[in-house]
Write a protein that binds this ligand. Structure first.
Ligand SMILES: O=C(O)CCC(=O)C(=O)O
Length: 293
């Protein structure tokens, strides 16, 4: 019965299924291949705006796209000011994550006042970003949909950054966007991405099989030998404020180890619909109405 229940859970979003027998029989590899095929056959629409369509092509080919000077100057200044104000306001709720030698504060759109939200919606509701996300996820992403957050990462002394080890977020294509509100240098712990690592091949499927029959972590840490075998070099996203990066985080990624007093602030969005039951649309952030679902 346990195996049957686990088989039923297979065509769902659960990152890893705790069933050594089924995993030995190839369940996680099959889920991976099926989720990627599902998105590929559903990929029928390309953004109408030629500029966004070119970003989409980059994203599909490389696994990421980087766009400099994304917001208009006035919108950027308003977003920077609003983000700084809420980060400095102790009354605004936030998650505090310790991921090794840094402090990460995460403030959710749903916890922000109307004025702040309006300023930061310059990114979260930007029609170009929504068109790109909609094409990437093949469903209509509504303004404010997904996990919209303000994130400030501050480097401190201590253990290495846990996110500095290269990993994938889950077993299916899935997308995150960052708009940096501050310049990002090496010391600030920039995002690291291995272009083209989001593609499926025998090496990555082998790695997924080994993980599923071993530690079976949902967000797999990728061994250096696998990266080397695939020949996908890393790229660090040091950049100027107002740079947008959108990445398929099924691809190999992580952070460069930063050092104090490095710090960076970004607006982030994460879209992660169920890979098998995608539906036609992703509604606005449900957490606005009902907590952080
Ligand atoms: O903060 C970053 O730049 C990357 C974090 C990361 O590895 C992730 O979101 O999975």
């Amino acid at each position: 019965l346990g195996h049957l229940a686990n088989l039923r859970a297979a065509p769902r979003r659960t990152k890893a299924i705790d069933d050594p027998l089924l995993n030995r029989l190839g369940l996680q590899v099959a889920r991976t291949a099926a989720a990627h095929a599902r998105l590929r056959v559903g990929r029928t629409s390309r953004p109408a705006d030629p500029e966004v369509a070119a970003w989409y092509d980059d994203l599909r080919r490389e696994g990421f796209v980087q766009v400099e000077d994304f917001l208009a100057a006035g919108d950027l200044a308003r977003a920077q000011e609003a983000a700084t104000a809420v980060l400095e306001d102790p009354e605004v709720p936030r998650d505090r994550l310790a991921q090794g030698a840094n402090r990460l504060e995460v403030l959710w759109r749903s916890d922000l006042g109307a004025e702040t939200r309006e300023a930061l919606d310059a990114l979260w509701c930007d029609p170009r970003l929504l068109a790109l996300a909609s094409a990437a996820e093949q469903l209509a992403v509504a303004p404010g949909a997904g996990r919209c957050t303000v994130q400030r990462l501050v480097q401190v002394d201590g253990e290495p950054d846990l996110e500095a080890s290269v990993h994938v977020d889950t077993f299916h294509p899935t997308h995150k966007a960052w708009l940096y509100l501050t310049d990002v240098t090496e010391a600030d712990g920039p995002l690291l991405y291995h272009p083209r690592s989001h593609r499926l091949d025998a090496t990555v499927l082998g790695g997924i099989y080994r993980e599923s029959t071993g530690a079976n972590a949902g967000s797999r840490r990728v061994p250096a030998a696998e990266i080397e075998r695939r020949g996908v070099a890393a790229r660090a996203f040091t950049c100027a404020a107002n740079t947008l990066v959108v990445a398929d985080t099924f691809g190999y990624h992580g952070r460069v180890q930063g050092r104090p007093p490095g710090a960076r602030t970004a607006l982030q969005v994460e879209w992660r619909p169920d890979p098998f039951r995608r539906g036609r649309a992703m509604a606005p952030d449900r957490s606005v109405a009902s907590g952080r679902g």
